[in-house]
Design a protein around this ligand. Structure first.
Ligand SMILES: NC(=O)c1ccc[n+]([C@@H]2O[C@H](COP(=O)([O-])OP(=O)(O)OC[C@H]3O[C@@H](n4cnc5c(N)ncnc54)[C@H](O)[C@@H]3O)[C@@H](O)[C@H]2O)c1
Length: 435
């Protein structure tokens, strides 16, 4: 079955990534290596997962690409912006995530990916001091320059479509201010007035992407597209938006494990999560103002799975704490500890300990690929605004809080949303059958 209202994935797909650091260079290297048959894109739903379509005697389990028209890995053309001038090959070597043998076969292609000058403001990430930065008169001019970059990239590469993905450093926390972020008109006025306090550079990228007809994905916890002004812009330009914050290590565990406690009606007294991490992301997050953005995102996961109002005996006043500690010797190999204090029959306490020795960028790379391919699909399917079906990939999923919507953080409910969106875009009815 196919859905005639979804446009085919014709031509090349441009993937322009903001930030050419550990995650991005690992993502790009993996795609280029997979294209040559030299590596497997393990962890990618679009490349591996199978979804049931149809019921009873008609049921079939199909890969996503056999249900909906997805762009092929061979059709991806990469571009990037970064504060530092290192090309994707140098960045992959510097990041020390991948072994040389897994980078060398695609060295020539990676070297061609040279970062464009970044739209950057040091006040948003004090620990960075690269000089590959745009000279912009004000925030409006910053946005115009990014728009020109996207047009130039399209003209130079001949790509048919572009998706813009933020995989740059976490900016300092920008609280949502209704007066500035509440409408598109107010946001544009603030950009023209060069309101540096309320307009983060990431908002300039998002505004530019959506205005140029490109879906925008926020992979960091920044509030960039999580504001009514950007929802209005995405409706106006008919583009999908997704975010925020890749759900990789500890939060993936949390959103998969918390349902065990909730489903069995066990109680929770406290959940303490701490991490040690030594890459540049860890360095930026060592700055309290940048960590606060991450903390808000990481804390939101439990509250919507173990809800005090629904089960006051079990979940009232549990203590939830998240820490990230910069510890250089571990580089990208993060260690995430969780100590969970639960209680059972008659209130008797028990403890669960989880120690996840993970690799941050190895977990994030497949999410980049899936978010890019599925956002491109959503655009061709005419879906615009917040894409809730992408919550599966994100730590702090976007939702319209002005209408009282609550985020869905429960991993398995998110998976149902993902599968149903794929079914619908493939012309099959959505359903809730579990298999
Ligand atoms: N790896 C994970 O598991 C994971 C999970 C969730 C979120 N994230 C987020 O993904 C992002 C990337 O992580 P990483 O490990 O690759 O970090 P990184 O520090 O290696 O790379 C980020 C890059 O972004 C660049 N940058 C910063 N501001 C920029 C701007 N305004 N324009 C262009 N470039 C800019 C930096 O110079 C740097 O090279 C971070 O925000 C991180 O919090 C990562």
């Amino acid at each position: 079955m196919s859905n005639p209202s979804v446009k085919p994935a014709q031509g090349k797909l441009g993937v322009m990534v903001v930030g050419l650091g550990a995650v991005t260079s690992t993502f790009m290297t993996g795609v280029l290596m997979a294209r040559k048959g030299l590596a497997k894109p393990v962890g990618s739903m679009t490349q591996y997962d199978k979804i049931r379509v149809g019921q009873g005697a008609d049921k079939k389990y199909l890969h996503y690409k056999d249900i909906v028209p997805l762009a092929d890995l061979n059709d991806i053309v990469f571009g990037a912006w970064d504060v530092y001038p290192a090309n994707a090959y140098e960045s992959a070597i510097n990041a020390e995530v991948l072994k040389y043998k897994d980078i060398a076969p695609v060295k020539d292609e990676l070297e061609q990916i040279k970062p464009l000058k970044a739209a950057f403001d040091k006040n948003y990430a004090k620990r960075l001091d690269g000089d590959n930065v745009k000279d912009a008169k004000d925030r409006w001019d910053m946005t115009e320059q990014i728009r020109q970059d996207i047009r130039d990239f399209k003209a130079k590469t001949g790509v048919d479509r572009v998706v813009v993905l933020w995989a740059a450093s976490t900016e300092i926390y920008v609280p949502v201010d209704e007066k500035i972020h509440g409408s598109l008109e107010a946001l544009e006025n603030a950009m023209k007035a060069d309101d540096k306090e309320h307009i983060a550079p990431s908002m300039c990228y998002a505004y530019a992407a959506l205005s140029e007809g490109c879906p925008f994905i926020m992979g960091a916890p920044n509030t960039t597209v999580d504001i009514p002004a950007m929802w209005e812009l995405s409706e106006k330009t008919g583009m999908p938006i997704a975010g925020k914050d890749f759900k990789t290590g500890q939060t993936l565990v949390k959103s998969g494990f918390a349902p065990i406690i909730g489903t069995r009606c066990l109680g929770l007294a406290g959940w303490f999560s701490t991490n040690i991490l030594g890459n540049r992301d860890g360095l930026v997050l060592d700055e309290p103002a940048n960590f606060h953005t991450k903390e808000v995102s990481k804390l939101s996961t439990l509250e919507s799975i173990l809800v005090p109002e629904e089960q006051p005996d079990l979940y009232t006043d549990y203590y939830h704490k998240v820490r990230i500690n910069y510890y250089p010797p571990r580089n990208d190999n993060k260690e995430g500890w969780d100590n969970i204090d639960i209680f059972g029959w008659m209130g008797y306490p028990m403890q669960i300990k989880i120690d996840f020795l993970c690799r941050d960028s190895i977990l994030a790379a497949p999410l980049c690929l899936d978010l890019v391919l599925l956002s491109d699909l959503a655009a061709r399917a005419g879906r615009h605004g917040i894409q809730r079906f992408l919550s599966f990939f994100l730590k702090s999923p976007m939702h319209d809080y002005t209408k009282g919507e609550v985020p869905v953080n429960h991993l398995f409910k998110q998976y149902v949303m993902l599968k149903n969106a794929i079914r619908e875009m493939g012309g099959y009815p959505a359903d809730e059958t579990i298999d």
